[in-house]
Design a protein. Structure first.
Length: 506
């Protein structure tokens, strides 16, 4: 009887899961029909489009949320928030983006729509796909002004502010923003050759220094183009270190910089000059997902020798980094100052402090399942809190592809505990009272020979009589030191001899 009831329960649950899957499949078709009707009617589909299929199910757009109502057995409407991804195909189709979007789709109330690159570049914004939340970010070739026009038209919830992304393209604005927010950055000066103000384009160059608008920078110093899209950054060395310059650029194969014998600064273009920070040969990359989450990795600095360290799979080697409390506060400030929920920036650890030297905007960590899980959970909950505050928010995201295997059942997935492995070591230990001392006095050598130390190459003195002999030697040598009769080498060992004497007298 019990087995029969269990079987009926499992069959009922399996039927409900199958019904929901059929409903979602039908819903996707209805969504496409609704968009077509809305465009033909030239109306805003978020408020007016309703489509009814032959089975009596209706697709209703209401207040920025998709609602599907149908006779699936449970009678409960399924609401979904549409998250649009508006970026160049190279970015929206990248592995990190796919990993996070796959996890976001595990949320029951979220559906992902990726804007095709051809639509972004060629279609007017009123023909772009509709969404309730927009993930959009600038990269080479991306029409940022069209994305802004789209947000003005549709008013979606924005993950990364689009207006501030103009600021991220100009290092002058980035540095001034960091300075205004009280974030530590290297001492710098801006040489603006495009400015009409002569005081902003003064440059005096010496053999081992430059003077920019009255601010002197001794070599080594860094020269950065004001455009954040220009990655040709030069580091100039003093003549005492051989002179010349290290020229950094975007990674090409296994190189990220080359040395040049040229020691003169560039004469055309506008640049930021800043002090070279003496780090330990690494750069720290920080990735935020909201103001309260930051993931950090370290990589070999391109300023060292320009050779990129890669693993067996050809990927750049990164090292895990634990951020200090001060660095976590910096990450929060950067995220809020530039209004970029997903944001990457560079930290330099030097002179006991951490300095921000670059803010990159929208950036993802590569090859970190933990980061993908955390990002999807944070973004999913953030979106649902904003757009669907009455819905239940899951505390943790559902099953992922790289999670431990589950035991298959007829109605879903259930984790089975196979074993518990524990490694236990007691912590009740007596501290070892060790003392190391190098001895060269003949009295110690005589004691060593007395107990056949030369035969075995070592000697262990444990008996009270043996330890007394060592104590007598220590007292004798300390007496010679007090009477000024000891040689200089023995006098240097006075502290150790006193320690040896006090230990043996205990």
């Amino acid at each position: 009887m019990i087995e029969k009831n269990n079987r009926l329960l499992l069959e009922r649950r399996a039927s409900r899961v199958s019904s929901r899957r059929r409903k979602r499949k039908r819903y996707r078709v209805l969504r496409l029909v609704a968009l077509g009707v809305a465009r033909l009617a030239k109306c805003h589909p978020l408020k007016q489009a309703v489509t009814v299929d032959s089975c009596g199910s209706s697709l209703l757009q209401n207040e920025g949320m998709e609602v599907l109502e149908g006779d699936d057995g449970d009678g409960a409407p399924v609401k979904q928030v549409v998250v649009g991804v508006c970026a160049m195909e190279k970015k929206s189709g990248s592995k990190p983006m796919k990993e996070i979007l796959t996890r976001l789709e595990e949320f029951e109330f979220i559906r992902i729509v990726i804007f095709p690159e051809e639509v972004i570049l060629k279609e007017p914004v009123d023909k772009w796909p509709l969404c309730d939340c927009l993930i959009s970010f600038h990269s080479k070739g991306f029409p940022l002004e069209k994305a802004q026009a789209y947000t003005d038209l549709r008013k979606p919830y924005i993950i990364n502010d689009l207006e501030k992304q103009y600021d991220l393209q100009d290092r002058r604005v980035v540095y001034n923003t960091l300075q205004r927010e009280g974030i530590e950055l290297p001492r710098f000066a801006i040489l603006d050759r495009d400015s009409k103000d002569p005081s902003k384009r003064e440059l005096i160059e010496g053999e081992d220094h430059v003077e920019v608008n009255g601010v002197i920078f001794n070599k080594p110093f860094v020269e950065k183009p004001v455009s954040a899209e220009d990655h040709n950054i030069y580091i100039y060395y003093p003549t005492s270190a051989g002179g010349g310059s290290q020229r950094l650029f975007r990674k090409i194969g296994s190189r990220s910089s080359v040395y040049s014998p040229e020691s003169r600064v560039r004469k055309t273009g506008s640049y930021i000059y800043e002090d070279f920070m003496p780090t330990d040969g690494t750069d720290v990359k920080v990735y935020t997902v909201g103001p309260d989450y930051a993931h950090a990795e370290a990589r070999k600095s391109p300023a060292l020798d320009g050779k990129v360290e890669r693993d067996s799979e050809g990927k750049e080697v990164r090292y895990p980094v634990i951020l200090s409390n001060a660095e976590k506060l910096i990450a929060r400030k950067v995220c809020l100052a530039f209004k970029q929920t997903v944001c990457g920036f560079d930290l330099l650890r030097a002179n006991g402090k951490s300095y921000v030297c670059d803010v990159n905007g929208f950036s993802f960590v590569k090859n970190s399942s933990k980061y993908y899980d955390d990002s999807a959970k944070i973004l999913g909950n953030m979106i649902l809190r904003e757009l669907a505050p009455t819905l239940h928010l899951p505390w943790s995201i559902p099953f992922q592809l790289d999670d431990p295997p589950f035991v298959p059942t007829t109605f879903g997935k259930m984790m089975e505990l196979r074993c518990v492995v524990a490694v236990i070591r007691h912590g009740d230990r007596t501290p070892k009272q060790k003392m190391k001392m190098e001895v060269r006095h003949p009295k110690f050598f005589a004691l060593f020979a007395k107990y056949d130390g030369y035969k075995d190459g070592h000697v262990k003195l444990k008996k009270p009589k043996q330890l007394q002999e060592v104590l007598d030697i220590a007292r004798s040598l300390l007496g010679e030191i007090e009477q000024k009769r000891a040689d200089p080498e023995t006098e240097e060992k006075k502290g150790k001899l006193e320690q040896l004497k006090s230990v043996l007298e205990m």
